[in-house]
Design a protein around this ligand. Sequence first.
Ligand code: FMN
Length: 191
Amino acid sequence: MTERVRALDIILARRSVSPRFLVAPTPTPDELALILRAAAAAPDHKNLKPYRFILIPPERRGNLAAAFREAKAERDPGAPADEIERAGEKAYRGAMLLAVVLRIVRDHPRVSVSDQMLAAGAALENALLAATALGYAGCLRSGHSATSRRVRLALGLANEEELAAFLMLGTPAKAPPPREEVTADLLSIWE
Ligand SMILES: Cc1cc2nc3c(=O)[nH]c(=O)nc-3n(C[C@H](O)[C@H](O)[C@H](O)COP(=O)(O)O)c2cc1C
């Protein structure tokens, strides 16, 4: 198989795997460095790198869980204790956990916000593809926790930064279903 076919196979076969099925082993430090190099190889207008990643080590999951619980209590003050507890449990999902931070320059003279968002999205896909090529799988999760002030504060984000999502990586405990092809309306001919 040529390298070119292999690259396409990986792109076409990549599927997100639910965080609860992302188990150890996780990427080694060298592999994670490669995954980040792949992310940084995505197209990026003026090379602004409008994103960064924060690795949440296993021993800090408890702190993230506390922030998730506080965020839930803040957004839903009447929530029963078991719901608050469940919000915290999400911090333990996915064998390797990274926060994806957007650092968009809103008033850049040349590079629009959408260009920067697209660069960040392309970087995320490159990261997922690199993880897939190394035999791992991953998924992205945003949701309430990512938009919460409490969680932003806990992770030490700067004022102008946004928590875009969490990127979870690991070994897939079960194979995801093959992708259904949906390309029908992706292309039209200008006439
Ligand atoms: C930035 C971003 C955030 C996402 N957040 C969520 C999420 O919170 N919950 C969810 O079910 N899917 C979320 N998704 C979608 C999944 O990660 C996944 O891409 C989708 O289910 C399609 O599966 P596939 O990647 O195998 O095609 C998100 C996708 C992106 C790009």
